[in-house]
Design a protein around this ligand. Structure first.
Ligand SMILES: O=C(O)CNC(=O)[C@H](CS)NC(=O)CCC(=O)C(=O)O
Length: 272
């Protein structure tokens, strides 16, 4: 593993695939110009709209998005995570998997993760979320991407951040970097987002890269923003604030080793 720059992209995705991919490309290009070699896009970067509309367009979204990620990776010679887009379930036309895809600079798919924990929550601001009405829950724990240059990368999506056992699994498997791409609601995000991300970083002594959605997407759907990168001590290295943009920070193996020496909590685990 070498020191390198990573980018957590922040977007205001809309119910418009082509428009979102254009915005995503601009932000990837910005991240690459700043030197990023590992780039993450947020959950729903390709399409953020009504569940029914997303499902109706899922076949096209999946095809376009997979091709887009491979093209971006090859063109800019980066490793890229597409942080959650619908891929139709073959056996059930009423469902899609909320899928995150990690692609290497050769344009090859390295990890495919289907979101395990679905957001079925009545948020106290009056919005109701029933992700499971159109999304099939994944049942497989994500595999780690072992990269000689970039380190061991673990993947998750959004609401997963509330389930620390998933991240314990990833750190047990050797993760150095945890991706947590999200579309966190504005209401839950203001109190929970940063705390949860810092907790996952600190308890696993891992870098956290958290691409995010921000602002108003359609009707009353608002997300929290604050795409960020956090170091293994829990320090926030970069925070994208409220506007679309990029949070960029260095991922440094010496810092990782230093924190793991200073705080060897992973070695003191008793139960898992
Ligand atoms: O809002 C949208 O339409 C897009 N969001 C999503 O697709 C997903 C599933 S509904 N959002 C979350 O998981 C939010 C989790 C969260 O906010 C929390 O855990 O508090």
């Amino acid at each position: 593993m070498k020191p390198y720059l990573a980018a957590a992209i922040q977007m205001t995705s809309k119910p418009d695939l082509e428009k979102n991919l254009i915005e995503a490309e601009e932000l990837i290009e910005l991240a690459v110009r700043k030197g990023a070699e590992l780039v993450g896009l947020p959950e729903n970067f390709a399409f953020l709209g009504q569940e029914a509309d997303k499902l109706a367009q899922a076949t096209v979204i999946a095809q376009r998005t997979e091709k887009f990620l491979k093209t971006m990776a090859q063109r800019f010679q980066i490793t890229i995570l597409g942080g959650g887009f619908p891929v139709p379930v073959v056996e059930d036309a009423s469902k899609a998997y909320n899928t995150a895809l990690l692609v290497n600079p050769s344009g090859q798919e390295q990890v495919r993760y289907q979101k395990i924990h679905l957001f079925d929550v009545d948020v106290p601001d009056g919005n109701t979320y029933r992700e499971s009405s159109t999304v099939m829950a994944g049942v497989n724990l994500p595999s780690i991407y072992h990269s000689e240059d970039l380190g061991n990368i673990g993947i998750s999506i959004c609401y997963d951040v509330r389930f620390p056992e998933l991240y314990r699994h990833l750190s047990n498997k050797g993760a150095d970097i945890l991706f947590i791409p999200a579309a966190f609601t504005a209401f839950t995000g203001k109190d929970h987002w940063q705390v949860l991300l810092q907790a996952r970083a600190i308890e696993n002594t891992c870098y956290v890269i958290a691409p995010a959605q921000t602002g108003n997407h359609y009707e009353r759907r608002y997300t929290h923003g604050h795409a960020m990168i956090i170091d293994p001590w829990g320090v926030i290295l970069a925070d994208a604030g409220h506007q679309p943009g990029v949070a960029i920070a260095e991922i440094n193996p010496e810092r990782l080793q230093q924190v793991r020496q200073q705080m060897p909590s992973l070695q003191h685990r008793v139960f898992v």
